[in-house]
Design a binder for this molecule. Structure first.
Ligand code: AMP
Ligand code: ZN
Length: 471
């Protein structure tokens, strides 16, 4: 498989440290609010990567942290802890807040068919591991104490900015967000490993440490949790592109200083989901959540299809119009699959080249739109229905669009409609949609009349056309 590696910004052949096994780490959510669909774009594409690797026969060991402490409102180690701020606003304890939004996060993931990683670790359960890592960095001379906090000393590194695409804009983040520069830092790029004296004294969760009562910085949690569960050599580290700097840059600095060798070979970054106002972000108070999509009548899997239609390395703009298009495409896809006869045995020989084509698309830097094209081409090809159903099911191990189950539900909308008739009606509905798309209103109306003559009533919904037969 070829993946674009942020270290080089090139597509590289994936060669794991241990043949056949992929050790994969994902930065989990900061659980002070609902995930927005931008966050979920990242988790969704990471899910596709994990499933693609499994489809190819790899064993995937995947770990995700839950950030429930230490992530400040500014990337420059200033501002309030996001969790504490959220807890105050909601009049909950930090751990109650974390528990609530962790559950909400996994509920959203479930609705989008995002598999929960086997190992999920809240940061607050690993404090002794963070202290051990920070102590080792102090001992090795990579960290210093100043003003009560422990800082990583970036001047000890040969190279701090490791990613191939780091540009002035990325690097300005720390400066831009830094309302008050931290005067304890010897260098602007140094960062906090352990806080004891922050500008606010009311941090709810504090732990004893060799440097006094305090709490960990955000970056240390991912290094420590990854090394604890996945060992010294990580194959793939994932996250949204905003985390490349400073979060991932700092993770690399700490981990490699601690281990004494290079740590993670491939960095898989997902580009942002934007709306009209730029990057969708939690701090802007954006309310584009899975629940909102559901309230508006969308099946969350339409959003999954919307994401799969684009490449993860390209920014994606969200509009409800484009979601409507995805919803229509999803409905059509299900109607097409629902029209396949269920009888018969798949022809494995005939299926093989299609599986190869699907694999090629995934191998090509997880090209999900190419993978969808393989699905569409396969459904149009001269294969028997049983083989098509088999392949749709096979591809769905990665696409996770519930293709067969949802098609089953989309089948006869009413008990008692014979399958043959339901298929005929759905074919007519598809033809009408095509006519409408081509702005051939005459043809579209003629089909509607034909359906009406059969007592079929149509209803246009955001998820496509629904129908029933009038008594
Ligand atoms: P957070 O909960 O803020 O720690 O973010 C969780 C994940 O979502 C991280 O991997 C972020 O990089 C990612 N993320 C944040 N905003 C967006 C966005 N608009 N589009 C895609 N990914 C995002
Ligand atoms: Zn992380």
């Amino acid at each position: 498989m070829q993946l674009t590696n942020s270290l080089t910004m090139k597509k590289e052949e994936l060669v794991p440290h241990e043949p056949g096994v992929i050790r994969m780490y994902t930065c989990g959510p900061t659980v002070y609010g609902y995930a927005h669909i931008g966050n979920l774009r990242s988790y969704l594409m990471e899910d596709v990567l994990e499933k693609a690797l499994r489809y190819e026969g790899y064993q995937v060991d995947r770990v995700m942290n839950i950030t429930d402490v230490g992530h400040l409102t500014s990337d420059a180690d200033t501002g309030e802890d996001k969790m504490l701020k959220g807890a105050k606003q909601e009049r909950k304890s930090v751990l109650e807040l974390a528990d609530f939004y962790t559950q909400a996060f996994f509920k959203d993931c479930q609705k989008l068919n995002i598999r929960r990683p086997d190992i999920v670790v809240p940061a607050t359960t690993c404090i002794s591991d963070f202290i051990a890592l920070v102590s080792a960095l102090v001992e090795k001379g990579y960290a210093y104490l100043a003003g009560g906090n422990v800082y990583f000393d970036t001047s000890r590194l040969d190279r701090y900015y490791v990613f191939g695409n780091q540009n002035a804009e990325d690097l300005a983040v720390g400066v831009r967000d830094s309302v008050e520069a931290d005067s304890n830092k010897r260098s602007k790029t140094d960062f906090v490993l352990w806080f004891t004296k922050s500008k606010f004294e009311d941090q709810e969760l504090k732990w004893d440490s060799p440097w006094g009562l305090g709490y960990p910085g955000w970056h240390i949690e991912c290094s420590a949790i990854s090394i604890k569960h996945l060992g010294e050599y990580l194959d793939i580290h994932c996250g949204g592109i905003d985390n490349a700097f400073p979060h991932h840059t700092n993770e690399i600095a700490q981990s490699e200083a601690y281990l004494g060798h290079s740590w993670c070979k491939y960095w898989f970054h997902i580009l942002h989901l934007n709306d009209g106002g730029g990057k969708i972000s939690k701090s802007k108070g954006a309310k584009l959540t899975v629940s909102l999509l559901e309230e508006k009548g969308y099946d969350p899997l339409c959003y999954r299809l919307f994401c799969l239609q684009s490449h993860y390395r390209k920014p994606l703009t969200f509009t409800f119009e484009s979601l409507d298009n995805a919803a229509n495409a999803y409905q059509k896809l299900l109607a097409r699959i629902a029209s396949l006869a269920k009888e018969g045995q798949p022809d494995q020989q005939a299926a093989k080249p299609w599986q190869e084509r699907f694999k090629e698309a995934l191998d090509n830097d997880v090209n999900t739109s190419q993978a969808l094209t393989v699905l569409y081409d396969m459904l149009k090809a001269s294969l028997d229905d049983a083989t098509k159903r088999f392949l749709a099911h096979d591809f769905d191990q990665v696409l996770s669009l519930d293709l067969l189950q949802a098609a089953e539900k989309a089948r006869p909308k009413e008990a008692g409609v014979p399958e043959e008739l339901a298929r005929e009606i759905e074919a007519l509905i598809e033809k009408r949609a095509a006519a409408r798309k081509a702005k051939d209103w005459g043809a579209a109306d003629a089909i509607r009349d034909e359906l009406a003559a059969r007592h079929v009533v149509l209803k246009d919904t955001p998820q496509g056309v629904e129908w029933h037969i009038e008594a």
